[in-house]
Design a protein around this ligand. Structure first.
Ligand code: CO8
Length: 259
């Protein structure tokens, strides 16, 4: 269906791979447009409750935006390219289900930005992560200046972006850029297990909790808390809230139906 994206469903989780291994999964326009379509199809699929995003092959998650495609762009075309990537990554961030980046190798530039648009990040111990844009004469353009600073704080984000340094998975863990580091052969199992654990919980509650956290990052505390009270109230209009609490009282496992 797509040339540069592979989407596989496994029960109620899905795995999306950026699939240009010969270019270390670099993001060109075609790949971004295909990613947009693939995310749309996952969002509309009522069965998928968590998504793992990774890179094909054993070398790279994504080694950045495609430098061959970018090298001759003028200012207007550069801006258009940044806006395309930002729009697609915003769609990823706003997915109604939780998303997990399984960082299997290089996550540089647009690759780091792709991982940052996911809700959680698990890195292989072999991963190398960084924002090398200034070494190429550009700034990050797929929201790296914004999401990296919000994730690790402005001082660490500035050091990473100003130096263009590639950091190890352990260093990424130390600064809070990734949730955990695992051996390469365990990466997909770990990411899928996390996805399955999330998928076993009440999907509407998980989705609303995600929305509340994302909204809260961009607003003041009292606005965020007001939003939390709204989504908390909404949960009580779901069948899954009745089921979850009935199962607790009856000392049995809840059977959530996403209703
Ligand atoms: N774009 C295009 N092709 C790439 C990219 C890339 N980002 N990264 C790797 N490739 C290609 C190489 O050209 C090479 O192709 P070929 O075999 O045809 O020569 C193939 O992948 C393998 O790469 P290498 O031979 O270089 O492999 P090495 O093991 O020697 O090195 C590295 C691996 C260190 C990852 C190296 O490939 C590298 O430094 N890549 C570029 C990393 C980078 O700078 N990424 C940031 C790009 S800029 C960006 O992402 C900005 C995002 C926002 C854009 C805003 C819009 C304007």
């Amino acid at each position: 269906m797509w040339e540069n994206i592979v989407l596989e469903k496994e029960g109620n989780i899905a795995v999306l791979s950026i699939n240009r291994p010969r270019a270390l999964n670099a993001l060109n326009t075609k790949t971004l447009l295909e990613l947009d379509e693939a995310l749309e199809s996952v969002s509309k699929d009522g069965e998928v409750r968590a998504l793992v995003v990774t890179g094909s092959g054993d070398r790279a998650f994504v080694a950045g935006a495609d430098i061959n495609e970018m090298k001759d762009k003028n200012a207007m075309e550069g801006r258009e390219f940044a806006l395309l990537g930002q729009r697609v990554f915003a769609k990823l961030q706003d997915m109604p289900i939780p998303t997990i980046a399984a960082i299997n190798g290089y996550a540089l530039g647009g690759g780091c930005e792709l991982a940052l648009a996911c809700d959680m990040r698990i890195a292989s111990s072999k991963a190398k992560i960084g924002q090398p844009e200034v070494t190429l004469g550009i700034t990050p353009g797929f929201a790296g200046t914004q999401r990296l600073a919000r994730t690790v704080g402005p001082a660490i984000a500035k050091e990473l972006i100003f130096t263009g340094a590639q950091i190890s998975a352990d260093e990424a863990y130390r600064i809070g850029l990734v949730n955990r580091v695992v051996e390469p052969e365990k990466l997909m199992e770990e990411a899928k297990n996390l996805a399955l654990k999330i998928a076993s919980n009440a999907p509407i509650a998980v989705s609303l909790a995600k929305q509340a956290i994302n909204k809260g990052i961009d607003v003041d505390l009292s606005t965020g808390m007001a939003y939390e009270a709204e989504v908390f109230g909404l949960c009580f209009s779901t069948r899954d809230q009745k089921e979850g609490m009935a199962a607790f009282v009856e000392k049995r496992k809840a059977e959530f139906k996403n209703e």
